[in-house]
Design a protein around this ligand. Structure first.
Ligand SMILES: [Ca+2]
Ligand SMILES: [Ca+2]
Ligand SMILES: [Ca+2]
Length: 368
């Protein structure tokens, strides 16, 4: 090996070590609507909170429930963020859902002109944030024909895709990163068992309208992802951030483990004696059942046996279960506000009687 090769090798090593510093930001800032804002604390933490937690930095929230993209611009979420933050800070923007819901009738009839306004507003927001030197991650929208509020109105899928395509172009123009929530929810809908929470398959059907809760429902109400679904969304964001800012993957942000996400759904897989505490007594149960098949006690991951993987569930929950008790299973559905959704859909059903016989009763707050 020549001296030249050795020097080149050392330079390469130095470059790799440089990248090993990984992802760092000084602040996380959220902008948008209730997809990143949970004022009633019933479906938290939202994805931006997970990202700030993983980065070990503070989250400043400008996102405001009910905001359309017009509201975002009118309220100045973007310029407030740009005035206080800049280079080295990460903005997370999720907006557009309410633009769709306030144009339900137009979408149903294939009129997508409102997307032009949404595009203009997001363009303005991105220009302002990037102009201040911030890095930005934007979330696209899931298939809105597959969420409880607008379920089965097929035009919503087409419209969502149209917006997401525009967002991709905008994001590229502004040098920002897109979190592909559309893809995540499609994968969830195609095969929910791939997202199993320690043996519990997520449910995509509508949650109960008037309380009762639904521990494994993907939606906490007719429009909002549940706490554990926000965990999966956070992981999609972490993947996008790692790809953008740490492409070598030498020291990426750790995604939430399935055990952490299960805790968000209130699954205490490591509680083998069923007293809602994960402690040493549960380890004794695991030991006494070790090697068993079909045992309930000691089977933390729900795969029907008691082995080392179940010990790992116990071990991870031993340290994180106390923190999770504050966030678990708070799926209190929002009060149902029937009027607007019923009215819009009644009009549409009347217009298209044959196709929408199977439409489900739609109720609840028409805004995210
Ligand atoms: Ca226990
Ligand atoms: Ca097991
Ligand atoms: Ca096993």
């Amino acid at each position: 090996m020549t001296l030249r090769c050795i020097v080149l090798g050392m330079l390469l090593l130095a470059a790799i070590c440089e990248r090993a510093e990984g992802v760092t930001f000084n602040n996380v800032v959220s902008l948008g609507d209730s997809l990143l804002d949970d004022p009633d604390d019933v479906r938290s933490p939202v994805a931006a909170e997970h990202i700030a937690d993983r980065l070990g930095v503070q989250l400043t929230k400008f996102a405001h429930s009910g905001s359309t993209s017009d509201d975002l611009i009118g309220d100045g979420q973007h310029w407030q963020a740009a005035a206080q933050f800049g280079e080295g800070d990460l903005a997370m923007l999720w907006i557009g859902g309410n633009d769709f819901f306030t144009h339900t009738l137009e979408v149903a009839f294939g009129l997508f002109g409102f997307i032009d306004d949404l595009e203009t507003n997001v363009d303005t927001a991105l220009m302002t944030l990037r102009g201040a030197g911030m890095d930005v991650v934007v979330f696209n929208l899931p298939d809105l024909s597959n969420i409880p509020l607008t379920d089965s109105i097929s035009n919503f899928r087409k419209a969502t895709q149209r917006w997401n395509d525009r967002l991709d172009v905008l994001a590229a123009a502004h040098g920002t990163t897109v979190v592909d929530v559309f893809d995540l929810f499609d994968r969830l809908a195609d095969n929910p068992s791939n997202f199993s929470l320690l043996g519990n398959t997520p449910i995509l059907d509508d949650p109960p309208l008037f309380g009762g809760g639904c521990q494994f429902c993907v939606f906490a109400d007719t429009v909002h992802p549940s706490s554990f679904a926000q965990g999966f969304i956070a992981n999609a964001a972490i993947e996008a951030i790692n790809e953008t800012y740490d492409p070598v993957g030498s020291m990426p942000l750790d995604p939430l483990s399935i055990v952490e996400i299960a805790l968000l759904a209130g699954v205490y897989g490591g509680d083998f004696d069923g007293n809602v505490i994960v402690d040493a007594a549960d380890l004794a149960v695991w030991e006494s059942n070790f090697g068993g098949e079909g045992a309930d006690d000691g089977d933390g991951d729900g795969d029907g046996d008691v082995d080392g993987a179940d010990f790992l569930v116990w071990q991870q929950q031993l340290t994180s279960s106390s923190a999770a008790t504050t966030t678990q299973a708070k799926t209190v559905p929002e009060p149902a506000v029937l009027a607007l959704a019923f009215l819009l859909l009644a009009v549409y059903i009347a217009a298209r009687p044959s196709r929408f016989l199977a439409i489900r009763t739609v109720a609840a707050s028409p805004r995210v």
